[in-house]
Design a protein around this ligand. Structure first.
Ligand SMILES: C[S@@+](CC[C@H](N)C(=O)[O-])C[C@H]1O[C@@H](n2cnc3c(N)ncnc32)[C@H](O)[C@@H]1O
Length: 323
């Protein structure tokens, strides 16, 4: 593996070297290390609902738990990467959640992954992927203050995250800063499909639902999920799928077909909570995201819809050309 230089040399050293605090030798700043994970941001922040969610549903979407290859299909379809090539790369993941894509990377390659999340979802990632030892280097940090020097990584990926950050274009710029010239960035995001995109129960109800105490909201969703699923499935059977946007439940059509009814309910509860709680949800137009990448010195190599057996994502792949 190539040597890389960090603001903090931390990532090249065993985490157990820093049982309590990490002190940056350059700035003298000191950061707590909790459960072996250095924390470069306040423990409570706008992402806390994600931390709650991913620690409650740590394994739900992990391939080994769901018995599907959904995350693996999605990871390789979106990136177009080859596992063999990844084994020799230094890779950064931003916004790992419970680590479903970290797990795919670590299981299918022999590479080292530097993975960051702003919330304490990093705890769930650690539980899910601790068997990979020091091949997984976790930090709790914001995309805006990543604890790595610029122009470091061969590849950066960021899935399901950017629409949940306060400034989409600043987040894209932050990812690009960390990749080396000639390195590749792959992102996905919620697209604006038309004037109707925000006429959806999650956008209409979220100003209220995001203020409800998280355990209580989760309980409400759990109590109503069977009814919501019956309504959702009925509308789809009647070819009225476009009306499902008015039912306060996530779109379950993208779930793997291999889930048992109980797993499908668990996914539905989790994804509904995920839809109704984030502080930010800023869908984007594809052409605007392409413009962001080109204006930040990248060549866009792919922009569009990627489909895989259980769904589809709007993806941009780009290569950094200017430092
Ligand atoms: C919808 S989840 C996606 C998690 C994972 N990538 C997946 O697809 O399963 C979005 C994640 O982005 C993280 N996130 C939001 N804002 C962030 C920021 N400023 N910096 C780093 N991570 C952030 C959240 O904490 C959350 O875990």
């Amino acid at each position: 593996m190539p040597e890389i230089s960090y603001c903090h040399p931390l990532s090249n050293l065993p985490l157990k070297s820093f049982p309590y605090r990490f002190v940056d030798p350059l700035s003298g700043d000191s950061f707590p290390v909790i459960n072996g994970i250095p924390r470069f941001c306040p423990s409570e922040n706008y992402s806390s609902s994600f931390g709650f969610q991913w620690n409650k549903f740590s394994s739900t979407q992990l391939d080994f738990y769901s018995g599907s290859d959904h995350s693996e299909q999605r990871f390789f379809s979106e990136t177009g990467w080859d596992p063999g090539e990844l084994s020799n790369c230094t890779v950064l993941e931003v916004g790992s959640g419970a680590g479903r894509f970290s797990e795919v990377f670590l299981r299918t390659t022999t590479g080292v992954l530097h993975s960051v999340d702003y919330s304490n979802a990093v705890e769930a990632n650690r539980r899910n992927n601790s068997l990979y030892g020091e091949r997984l280097q976790l930090s709790q940090a914001s995309i805006y203050q990543l604890p790595f020097t610029d122009n470091t990584f061969d590849k950066v990926f960021c899935f399901g995250v950017l629409q949940h950050t306060p400034s989409f274009d600043e987040s894209v710029a932050a990812l690009i800063r960390k990749v080396r010239i000639g390195g590749e960035i792959v992102i996905d995001f919620y697209p604006i499909k038309g004037w109707y995109t925000k006429i959806h129960s999650k956008y209409l109800l979220r100003p209220i639902t995001k203020r409800i105490p998280k355990p209580f909201l989760l309980q409400i969703i759990r109590l109503n999920i069977r009814l919501m699923l019956v309504l959702f499935d009925l509308l789809c059977r009647l070819r009225l799928g476009f009306l499902t946007r008015f039912i306060p439940i996530t779109d379950v059509r993208g779930f793997p077909g291999s889930l048992t009814p109980a797993q499908r309910r668990e996914w539905a509860v989790m994804d509904t909570f995920d839809a109704f709680t984030p502080e930010y949800d800023n869908p984007q137009r594809l052409k605007d995201v392409v413009r962001m990448f080109t204006s930040f010195g990248c060549e866009v190599t792919f922009a569009g819809l990627v489909t895989y057996p259980a769904g589809s994502s709007t993806v941009v792949r780009a290569v950094k050309r200017v430092g």
